[in-house]
Design a protein around this ligand. Structure first.
Ligand code: ACO
Length: 429
């Protein structure tokens, strides 16, 4: 049933009748597209607290109920039964693949995993102690210079090829960035290995001896990648869509997404969590950390706590918390920071400050501890997130490019500067 909202401007008495749009599930939205034309007013919503920026059929979140669906499938079911590559196929294509469809997708991703040899020279241009996120962002952006003959975003076949290339090459480039910073020779991707195992080999294998990789390592990584693969219109995905709305090439769009992900309020939080846990040091210091986080003048927040959308619990955090214990046990890792994390979680969940503000552990609270157990260095944590989120970014970019009547993203503002005034020559100022 269609409905409208009537808005009257108290300034001008002009009225706008605005349609209310509904999705398949979730809240409706007032379509304010004609508001300015009809009343001369804008809406104001910095941080997009109440604004839907697009229609999308990829991911659904109910933040109050702690629900996350990829193409309708609950994250808990995908975490239990699917794999990262199958989930990537689902995000991009909308349906789970048949055996043949999956084989073909896996073949394509595997056979596009090499990076251009010239990229090695490109990597060598970075300073040896560059942050891997800086290197990843620059290198992914540079891919447009290597594949400029297939950048026609109007061509579905070229769009698909770019999507496959991005998912296939980002683990290779990520591992190469890491190895460059530690002075190890770059390892080529091995086609006989599955996606996550291949990545771990490229990270850790040395020419002098075979890599002894515990089975649980690739499984844990695959699960983490499923949980991080998409999260509707988060800051980095919205950035990809904003850049994509200009008709920019997919490598530029994903590089922009990586830049947005890097911030500590977004994907940089997993690195920040580990630094915070190390700073707290021991469980008996947790009380002090909680008090600091509650003190607005301290400038300190509990990293890995709180979420713009989840105001009950983050379903990904529940899965990761359980996995964290399993992985550490299976690898025989005794990490004192896990004790600090558990004590911090327990103390925060009992504290009225965190209860009243509905601040719960988010996906990043425990993921860093698992990465640490897998011997992934802290500065690579956000890179890991970027590898997984590339599937989501690419799915949104593909969806955006098949949306009829898509418009360039161009918000307006409330101007707070000087009104019109006359230029004065420098001698008269
Ligand atoms: N520690 C202490 N206080 C917090 C925290 C925190 N982690 N998060 C929010 N608050 C407080 C705020 O100070 C504010 O208090 P007030 O109402 O008294 O002013 C209230 O809770 C609401 O916070 P906002 O910043 O308005 O909430 P918003 O939805 O804008 O921010 C965010 C969400 C950015 C995730 C925030 O909770 C945060 O900074 N968390 C820590 C960083 C983090 O873990 N980021 C990862 C997010 S998940 C992801 O990107 C994968």
């Amino acid at each position: 049933m269609s409905s409208n909202v009537i808005l009257t401007s108290s300034d001008s008495d002009k009225t706008a009748t605005l349609p209310v749009l509904s999705g398949s599930v979730g809240p409706s939205a007032i379509d304010i597209g004609k508001l300015h034309k009809e009343t001369g007013m804008f809406t104001y919503d910095p941080g997009f607290m109440s604004t839907a920026s697009c229609r999308s059929a990829i991911t659904y979140i109910d933040g109050d109920a702690g629900v996350l669906l990829y193409r309708g499938y609950p994250i808990e079911q995908l975490a239990k039964h699917s794999s990262f590559l199958e989930t990537s196929y689902l995000l991009i294509n909308g349906e789970l693949p048949t055996t043949d469809e999956f084989r073909s997708f896996e073949h394509d991703v595997t056979h596009h995993s090499m990076m251009h040899e010239s990229l090695k020279t490109f990597l060598h241009g970075f300073h040896y102690d560059a942050h891997p996120m800086a290197m990843l962002c620059g290198t992914i952006g540079s891919l447009a210079a290597f594949y400029h003959d297939t950048l026609d975003i109007e061509d579905p076949a070229q769009r698909k090829l770019a999507a496959i290339r991005l998912i296939a090459k980002i683990p290779t480039i990520a591992a190469a960035c890491y190895r460059y910073t530690i002075g190890w020779p770059i390892r080529y991707p091995r086609n006989n290995l599955e996606y996550c195992t291949r990545f771990l080999h490229m990270m850790f294998e040395v020419p002098s001896e075979p890599l002894d990789l515990p089975e649980v390592a690739a499984k844990a990584l695959d699960l983490l990648f499923i949980l991080h693969a998409d999260h509707e219109q988060n800051a980095s995905t919205s950035t990809v869509r904003m850049v994509g709305s200009t008709g920019a090439n997919p490598y530029a769009c994903v590089a922009a997404g990586i830049a947005a992900l890097w911030g500590p309020a977004h994907g940089g939080a997993n690195e920040a969590v580990l630094k915070m846990l190390a700073e707290i040091g021991t469980p008996d210091q947790v009380g002090k950390a909680i008090e600091r986080a509650k003190d607005k003048n301290s400038g300190f927040r509990l990293m890995g706590f709180g979420h713009r959308v989840y105001k009950n619990f983050d379903p990904r955090a529940t899965i990761i918390r359980e996995m964290c214990h399993k992985v550490l046990n299976a690898l025989g890792v005794q990490d004192p920071l896990l004790d600090v994390a558990m004590k911090l979680e327990e103390a925060a969940l009992k504290d009225p400050y965190f209860i009243e503000r509905k601040l719960y552990p988010n996906v990043d609270f425990y993921s860093g501890l698992i990465y640490k157990a897998l011997k992934i260095p802290t500065e690579m944590f956000t890179v890991m997130f970027a590898i997984a989120r590339t599937s989501g970014w690419v799915a949104h970019w593909l969806e955006q490019n098949t949306t009829p009547d898509a418009k360039i993203g161009r918000p307006r503002q409330i101007y707070t500067g000087a009104p019109s005034r006359d230029y004065r020559p420098i001698s008269g100022r």
